[in-house]
Design a protein around this ligand. Structure first.
Ligand SMILES: C[S@@+](CC[C@H](N)C(=O)[O-])C[C@H]1O[C@@H](n2cnc3c(N)ncnc32)[C@H](O)[C@@H]1O
Length: 196
């Protein structure tokens, strides 16, 4: 594991215990995005960076879900939620930038509020493309680079500037079907697919 990814892993091991306390006000920024995105999942579904499992309750019952995360402490919380909800979910500790799955393993890949924390966003999106079947669906929501002034000035000072997930997704081969912005433009939602 490279040093940036290891640093990220340690950060989330440390934050795991507090992460869900921030959930009470997130609807102001993302509204009903979790319900909407998860409602679009079909078949074998991979949630990349599943975190503490805040999306688990919103997946349709037919979905066969695998949740992957870098942090074992985050996964432990997600596994507890799955147990409380009576859901059978496979959890895997692993890196989004090197997914431990064969090519074309999933009909849907979902990633929520996490690309902004994964060190190499392009590599992660390439991996999501690889593990999706042709025609498979990608569902994203993320905090994005600040494209509007004055926060744009702050963005330029970041050591590793963020990019629009939608643009990177297109660069790695996805076709974007829908995208929109919420919360003063700093949250982006994307529905895309891997072309046949
Ligand atoms: C802001 S939390 C979001 C969690 C969850 N997706 C949600 O919607 O609440 C970011 C998550 O990304 C995970 N993460 C960061 N880098 C990762 C990587 N390279 N591979 C897999 N997970 C990663 C962290 O461990 C953390 O659980």
């Amino acid at each position: 594991m490279d040093s940036r990814t290891e640093k990220t892993r340690r950060l989330w091991e440390h934050r795991a215990g507090l992460y869900d306390f921030g959930g009470h006000c997130e609807h102001v920024a993302i509204r009903n995005t979790r319900e909407l995105l998860c409602g679009g999942a079909r078949g074998r579904t991979l949630e990349v960076a599943v975190g503490t499992g805040r999306n688990l309750r919103y997946y349709p019952p037919q979905v066969k879900l695998t949740g992957l995360d870098l942090s074992s402490a985050m996964i432990a919380r997600a596994a507890k939620k799955a147990e409380d909800l009576g859901l059978a979910i496979t959890f895997v500790e692993g890196d989004a930038q090197r997914l431990p799955f064969a090519d074309r393993s999933f009909e849907t890949v979902l990633c929520a509020l996490s690309l902004c924390t994964i060190p190499d966003q392009e590599r992660a999106l390439r991996e999501m493309h690889r593990v999706l079947v042709p025609g498979g669906r990608l569902l994203l929501v993320d905090h994005i680079e600040y494209t509007r002034m004055p926060l744009r000035l702050r963005e330029r000072r970041r050591e590793h500037p963020r990019r629009l997930p939608r643009e990177v997704a297109e660069e790695v081969g996805f076709e974007v079907g829908h995208h929109d912005r919420l919360f003063f433009g700093v949250v982006e939602r994307v529905v895309a697919h891997r072309p046949h």
